[in-house]
Design a binder for this molecule. Structure first.
Ligand SMILES: Nc1nc2c(ncn2[C@@H]2O[C@H](COP(=O)(O)OP(=O)(O)O)[C@@H](O)[C@H]2O)c(=O)[nH]1
Ligand SMILES: [Mg+2]
Length: 229
Protein backbone atom coordinates (compact mmCIF):
# COMPACT_ATOMS: atom_id res chain seq x y z
CA UNK A 1 0.00 0.00 0.00
CA UNK A 2 1.29 3.43 -0.89
CA UNK A 3 1.82 6.03 1.81
CA UNK A 4 -0.66 8.44 0.24
CA UNK A 5 -3.41 5.83 0.50
CA UNK A 6 -3.28 5.93 4.26
CA UNK A 7 -5.46 8.23 6.21
CA UNK A 8 -5.80 9.12 9.85
CA UNK A 9 -9.34 8.59 10.98
CA UNK A 10 -10.68 9.64 14.34
CA UNK A 11 -13.92 8.65 15.94
CA UNK A 12 -15.11 11.63 17.95
CA UNK A 13 -17.98 11.40 20.41
CA UNK A 14 -20.17 14.36 21.24
CA UNK A 15 -21.86 13.70 24.56
CA UNK A 16 -24.01 15.68 26.96
CA UNK A 17 -27.59 16.12 28.05
CA UNK A 18 -30.42 16.43 25.57
CA UNK A 19 -30.89 19.83 23.91
CA UNK A 20 -27.41 21.20 24.64
CA UNK A 21 -26.79 21.39 20.90
CA UNK A 22 -24.89 18.20 20.06
CA UNK A 23 -26.72 17.40 16.83
CA UNK A 24 -26.65 21.06 15.84
CA UNK A 25 -22.91 21.22 16.45
CA UNK A 26 -22.20 18.22 14.28
CA UNK A 27 -24.50 19.48 11.54
CA UNK A 28 -22.96 22.94 11.68
CA UNK A 29 -19.44 21.62 11.45
CA UNK A 30 -20.02 19.02 8.77
CA UNK A 31 -22.76 20.60 6.71
CA UNK A 32 -22.60 24.28 7.62
CA UNK A 33 -26.27 24.41 8.51
CA UNK A 34 -28.28 25.34 11.59
CA UNK A 35 -31.94 24.80 12.42
CA UNK A 36 -34.00 26.06 15.31
CA UNK A 37 -36.17 23.00 15.23
CA UNK A 38 -35.43 20.66 18.07
CA UNK A 39 -35.51 17.02 17.13
CA UNK A 40 -34.74 14.50 19.77
CA UNK A 41 -32.14 12.14 18.43
CA UNK A 42 -32.85 8.48 18.98
CA UNK A 43 -30.04 6.03 18.56
CA UNK A 44 -26.77 7.14 17.10
CA UNK A 45 -25.74 8.80 13.93
CA UNK A 46 -22.51 10.14 12.55
CA UNK A 47 -21.32 12.64 10.04
CA UNK A 48 -17.79 13.09 8.83
CA UNK A 49 -15.45 15.80 7.75
CA UNK A 50 -11.89 15.63 6.52
CA UNK A 51 -9.49 18.34 7.54
CA UNK A 52 -5.80 18.94 7.08
CA UNK A 53 -3.47 19.03 10.02
CA UNK A 54 0.19 19.61 9.24
CA UNK A 55 -0.31 18.44 5.66
CA UNK A 56 -1.93 15.31 6.97
CA UNK A 57 -5.44 14.34 6.02
CA UNK A 58 -7.46 13.69 9.14
CA UNK A 59 -10.91 12.25 8.82
CA UNK A 60 -13.15 13.12 11.73
CA UNK A 61 -16.16 10.93 12.25
CA UNK A 62 -18.47 12.81 14.57
CA UNK A 63 -20.78 10.53 16.48
CA UNK A 64 -24.00 11.97 17.71
CA UNK A 65 -25.51 10.28 20.72
CA UNK A 66 -28.84 10.70 22.39
CA UNK A 67 -28.45 12.48 25.69
CA UNK A 68 -31.44 10.80 27.23
CA UNK A 69 -30.88 8.04 29.70
CA UNK A 70 -33.62 5.89 28.24
CA UNK A 71 -31.44 5.24 25.21
CA UNK A 72 -28.40 4.42 27.27
CA UNK A 73 -28.25 0.82 26.20
CA UNK A 74 -28.08 1.83 22.56
CA UNK A 75 -25.53 4.56 22.94
CA UNK A 76 -23.11 2.71 25.17
CA UNK A 77 -22.02 0.30 22.47
CA UNK A 78 -21.23 3.22 20.20
CA UNK A 79 -18.76 4.69 22.64
CA UNK A 80 -16.40 1.86 22.01
CA UNK A 81 -13.35 2.67 19.96
CA UNK A 82 -13.82 6.43 20.22
CA UNK A 83 -10.56 8.35 20.18
CA UNK A 84 -11.66 11.83 21.20
CA UNK A 85 -14.64 13.38 22.90
CA UNK A 86 -16.58 16.60 23.25
CA UNK A 87 -18.24 17.04 26.65
CA UNK A 88 -21.00 19.51 25.94
CA UNK A 89 -23.29 21.54 28.15
CA UNK A 90 -25.53 24.52 27.60
CA UNK A 91 -25.13 28.05 28.94
CA UNK A 92 -28.84 28.16 29.77
CA UNK A 93 -29.21 24.71 31.33
CA UNK A 94 -27.49 24.26 34.65
CA UNK A 95 -28.45 20.59 34.90
CA UNK A 96 -26.54 19.93 31.68
CA UNK A 97 -23.50 21.46 33.36
CA UNK A 98 -23.71 19.27 36.45
CA UNK A 99 -24.23 16.22 34.24
CA UNK A 100 -20.88 16.68 32.49
CA UNK A 101 -18.95 14.62 35.04
CA UNK A 102 -21.37 11.76 34.64
CA UNK A 103 -20.95 11.85 30.85
CA UNK A 104 -17.22 11.93 31.26
CA UNK A 105 -17.43 8.92 33.55
CA UNK A 106 -19.28 6.94 30.90
CA UNK A 107 -16.72 7.84 28.28
CA UNK A 108 -13.82 6.94 30.57
CA UNK A 109 -15.45 3.63 31.32
CA UNK A 110 -15.81 2.68 27.69
CA UNK A 111 -12.91 4.45 26.03
CA UNK A 112 -10.30 5.11 28.68
CA UNK A 113 -8.49 8.40 28.92
CA UNK A 114 -8.96 9.77 25.41
CA UNK A 115 -8.49 13.46 24.49
CA UNK A 116 -11.50 15.41 25.69
CA UNK A 117 -12.66 18.98 25.54
CA UNK A 118 -15.30 20.82 27.52
CA UNK A 119 -17.72 22.85 25.42
CA UNK A 120 -20.09 25.46 26.74
CA UNK A 121 -22.56 25.93 23.92
CA UNK A 122 -25.23 28.59 23.36
CA UNK A 123 -22.92 31.39 24.37
CA UNK A 124 -25.16 33.69 22.32
CA UNK A 125 -27.66 33.33 25.18
CA UNK A 126 -25.22 34.64 27.76
CA UNK A 127 -27.76 37.16 29.05
CA UNK A 128 -29.94 34.33 30.33
CA UNK A 129 -27.03 32.19 31.50
CA UNK A 130 -27.54 29.78 34.38
CA UNK A 131 -23.90 28.71 34.42
CA UNK A 132 -21.32 31.26 35.48
CA UNK A 133 -17.99 31.84 33.81
CA UNK A 134 -16.26 30.72 37.03
CA UNK A 135 -18.25 27.49 37.18
CA UNK A 136 -17.33 26.62 33.61
CA UNK A 137 -13.68 27.43 34.15
CA UNK A 138 -13.39 25.57 37.44
CA UNK A 139 -14.91 22.46 35.90
CA UNK A 140 -12.41 22.57 33.05
CA UNK A 141 -9.62 22.94 35.56
CA UNK A 142 -10.92 20.09 37.67
CA UNK A 143 -11.23 17.77 34.68
CA UNK A 144 -7.92 19.01 33.25
CA UNK A 145 -9.43 19.75 29.90
CA UNK A 146 -9.61 22.82 27.73
CA UNK A 147 -12.80 24.85 27.76
CA UNK A 148 -14.28 26.29 24.59
CA UNK A 149 -17.30 28.55 24.50
CA UNK A 150 -19.31 28.08 21.37
CA UNK A 151 -22.41 29.29 19.67
CA UNK A 152 -23.54 26.82 17.09
CA UNK A 153 -26.24 29.28 16.16
CA UNK A 154 -23.76 32.06 15.42
CA UNK A 155 -21.15 29.64 14.13
CA UNK A 156 -18.71 30.76 16.78
CA UNK A 157 -15.77 28.53 17.75
CA UNK A 158 -17.33 25.31 16.47
CA UNK A 159 -14.57 24.33 14.07
CA UNK A 160 -11.94 25.33 16.65
CA UNK A 161 -13.22 22.60 18.95
CA UNK A 162 -12.82 19.82 16.42
CA UNK A 163 -9.51 21.12 15.11
CA UNK A 164 -8.19 21.14 18.66
CA UNK A 165 -9.24 17.54 19.22
CA UNK A 166 -7.70 16.47 15.91
CA UNK A 167 -4.46 18.15 16.93
CA UNK A 168 -4.50 16.54 20.37
CA UNK A 169 -5.04 13.15 18.86
CA UNK A 170 -2.40 13.41 16.15
CA UNK A 171 0.16 14.82 18.59
CA UNK A 172 -0.64 12.00 21.03
CA UNK A 173 -0.18 9.48 18.25
CA UNK A 174 3.25 10.89 17.50
CA UNK A 175 4.25 10.59 21.16
CA UNK A 176 3.15 6.97 21.32
CA UNK A 177 5.07 6.38 18.14
CA UNK A 178 8.25 7.81 19.60
CA UNK A 179 7.86 5.77 22.79
CA UNK A 180 7.30 2.61 20.80
CA UNK A 181 10.36 3.10 18.62
CA UNK A 182 12.97 0.65 19.89
CA UNK A 183 16.36 1.42 18.37
CA UNK A 184 17.50 -1.29 15.97
CA UNK A 185 21.10 -2.02 15.03
CA UNK A 186 22.07 0.75 12.63
CA UNK A 187 18.44 1.73 12.32
CA UNK A 188 17.94 4.30 9.58
CA UNK A 189 16.78 7.69 10.81
CA UNK A 190 13.04 8.16 10.73
CA UNK A 191 12.42 10.92 8.21
CA UNK A 192 8.85 11.58 9.06
CA UNK A 193 7.50 10.60 12.45
CA UNK A 194 3.92 10.94 11.28
CA UNK A 195 4.21 8.70 8.29
CA UNK A 196 5.88 6.01 10.35
CA UNK A 197 3.13 6.27 12.95
CA UNK A 198 0.50 5.77 10.33
CA UNK A 199 2.11 2.61 9.07
CA UNK A 200 2.57 1.32 12.57
CA UNK A 201 -1.00 2.02 13.51
CA UNK A 202 -2.21 0.14 10.53
CA UNK A 203 -0.19 -2.96 11.12
CA UNK A 204 -0.63 -3.09 14.87
CA UNK A 205 -4.36 -2.49 14.81
CA UNK A 206 -3.85 -0.16 17.74
CA UNK A 207 -7.26 0.68 19.14
CA UNK A 208 -6.23 4.24 19.78
CA UNK A 209 -5.35 5.02 16.20
CA UNK A 210 -7.23 3.57 13.33
CA UNK A 211 -6.23 3.86 9.75
CA UNK A 212 -9.00 2.91 7.44
CA UNK A 213 -8.25 0.66 4.54
CA UNK A 214 -11.82 0.45 3.38
CA UNK A 215 -12.89 4.06 3.43
CA UNK A 216 -16.51 4.73 2.68
CA UNK A 217 -17.58 5.85 -0.75
CA UNK A 218 -17.05 9.54 -1.38
CA UNK A 219 -20.21 11.51 -0.79
CA UNK A 220 -21.67 8.77 1.36
CA UNK A 221 -21.68 11.09 4.33
CA UNK A 222 -24.52 9.79 6.44
CA UNK A 223 -23.61 6.41 7.77
CA UNK A 224 -26.46 5.31 9.91
CA UNK A 225 -30.08 6.07 9.88
CA UNK A 226 -31.39 7.93 12.89
CA UNK A 227 -34.96 8.58 13.78
CA UNK A 228 -36.15 11.95 14.83
CA UNK A 229 -39.42 12.38 16.67
N1 LIG B 1 -29.50 29.94 20.82
C1 LIG B 1 -28.87 28.82 20.49
N2 LIG B 1 -29.58 27.70 20.26
C2 LIG B 1 -28.91 26.58 19.91
C3 LIG B 1 -27.50 26.54 19.81
N3 LIG B 1 -27.15 25.28 19.48
C4 LIG B 1 -28.26 24.57 19.39
N4 LIG B 1 -29.34 25.33 19.65
C5 LIG B 1 -30.74 24.93 19.66
O1 LIG B 1 -30.91 24.07 20.79
C6 LIG B 1 -31.87 23.08 20.50
C7 LIG B 1 -31.29 21.70 20.76
O2 LIG B 1 -30.27 21.44 19.82
P1 LIG B 1 -29.87 19.95 19.41
O3 LIG B 1 -28.70 20.08 18.51
O4 LIG B 1 -31.04 19.23 18.88
O5 LIG B 1 -29.47 19.37 20.83
P2 LIG B 1 -29.02 17.86 21.22
O6 LIG B 1 -30.20 17.24 21.89
O7 LIG B 1 -27.90 18.06 22.18
O8 LIG B 1 -28.62 17.16 19.98
C8 LIG B 1 -32.28 23.31 19.04
O9 LIG B 1 -33.48 24.05 19.05
C9 LIG B 1 -31.17 24.12 18.47
O10 LIG B 1 -31.61 24.94 17.43
C10 LIG B 1 -26.77 27.74 20.06
O11 LIG B 1 -25.55 27.83 20.00
N5 LIG B 1 -27.52 28.84 20.41
MG1 LIG C 1 -29.50 15.39 19.20
Amino acid sequence: MREEDLEISIKVLVVGNGAVGKSSMIQRYCKGTFTKEYKKTIGVDFLEKTINYEEEEVRLMLWDTAGQEEFDAITKAYYRGAQACVLAFSTVDHASYTAVQRWRGKVLEECGNIPMVLVQNKIDLLESATVTKEEAESLAKKLKVRLYRTSVKEDFNVSTVFEYLAKQYVEGMKEVDEEETIPQIAAPPVKDARSSSKKKKKSSGHSNGIILDNPSKKGDKKKKQCFNV
